[in-house]
Design a protein around this ligand. Structure first.
Ligand SMILES: NC(=O)c1ccc[n+]([C@@H]2O[C@H](COP(=O)([O-])OP(=O)(O)OC[C@H]3O[C@@H](n4cnc5c(N)ncnc54)[C@H](OP(=O)(O)O)[C@@H]3O)[C@@H](O)[C@H]2O)c1
Length: 280
């Protein structure tokens, strides 16, 4: 999609970009964060994005973005969300120092844990705790600090939280993942209520099935599921389709969009009797 939203002069902090895997079956598969990064930069943003294990991918992405927008402030920062207590303060301070201010925070990073056994909810406590740290606590701490920075600088901006169709479709193979996304949903409501009056806007994107590194182990199955009708549009989503929506929101094109959740899922969460196969 062409760049229809102008973000010139805005400064964004984005978590979780640069992940990728080269595969024989599907070619190069990347994460949603990289697509958001490309869209923000090509729309005019300065950007600080984070990575954790994808050191090589983040370096390559940073170089690509600098080539795309020479002279613009494009930076990457290592950020381990499981150590959010120390790392969130450091990251927001770096964003302020290097970008000047934060007009947009995108809480995109995330991880999952799939129960290997057939026993529902059979998740080790340590895995549950890690999911909560990575998927919720890190975003909460970053958001608090980003909002404080916006208020201090009298420069209200935008927050985006990436959640999941798990909010409407529980899954007994990865329940704690869904629960962490519910916690993020609670944060949306708290922040929307508290900071709207300051002009700070917040949006939640509830994603369906996307072709990324996270879904790679089950991608063939997901494609087949989509084609068989589980997703009315008949295919998984593409990461760039999330990037477009983030750019739209951060552009202020719809200034009344606040405290809202948008399902970006090709219709996956529209429950139809057709998908229940009751007539068979
Ligand atoms: N793909 C889907 O179908 C789908 C559906 C619903 C929601 N989502 C959500 O979309 C977001 C992006 O995921 P994705 O699908 O693009 O998967 P992905 O390619 O695996 O990307 C996940 C990102 O999160 C980062 N991350 C994971 N654990 C981290 C940690 N402990 N500390 C810091 N960063 C960490 C990864 O960094 P490194 O690679 O550098 O470690 C990576 O950049 C997640 O919030 C996910 O829950 C995805």
């Amino acid at each position: 999609m062409p760049n229809v939203y102008d973000l010139t002069g805005k400064c964004a902090l984005l978590t979780g970009a640069g992940s990728f895997k080269e595969t024989v079956e599907f070619g190069r598969v990347e994460g949603i964060g990289s697509a958001i990064a490309r869209k923000l930069v090509s729309s005019g943003c300065d950007l600080l994005f984070t990575y954790n294990r994808s050191v090589e991918g983040a370096k390559a992405l940073e170089e690509e973005l600098i080539r795309l927008a020479p002279g613009r402030r494009i930076r990457s920062a290592s950020f381990d969300a499981s150590r959010y207590a120390e790392e969130a303060t450091r990251l927001v301070a770096r964003a302020e120092a290097e970008l000047g201010r934060i007009d947009l925070l995108v809480n995109n990073l995330g991880t999952t844990y799939i129960v290997p056994s057939e026993i529902p909810h059979d998740e080790p406590a340590a895995e549950v705790e890690n999911l909560m740290r990575v998927n919720f606590f890190a975003a909460y701490e970053l958001s608090k600090r980003a909002v404080a920075s916006m208020l201090r600088k009298r420069a209200p901006g935008y927050l985006v939280n990436v959640t999941s169709c798990s909010l409407t479709m529980p899954h007994s193979k990865r329940p704690a993942y869904g629960i962490t996304k519910h916690a993020l949903h609670g944060m949306l409501r708290e922040f929307a209520s508290a900071y709207g009056r300051h002009g700070i806007r917040i949006l939640e994107l509830q994603l369906g099935i996307f072709e990324t590194v996270m879904t790679l182990p089950r991608l063939a199955f997901y494609r087949e599921l989509c084609a068989r009708g589980a997703v009315p549009l008949g295919r998984p989503g593409r990461p760039d389709e999330v990037g477009d929506l983030v750019a739209f929101f951060a552009s202020g094109a719809c200034d009344y969009l606040h405290g809202s959740e948008i399902r970006v899922d090709g219709g996956l969460t529209i429950r139809s009797f057709d998908t229940l196969k009751l007539e068979d």
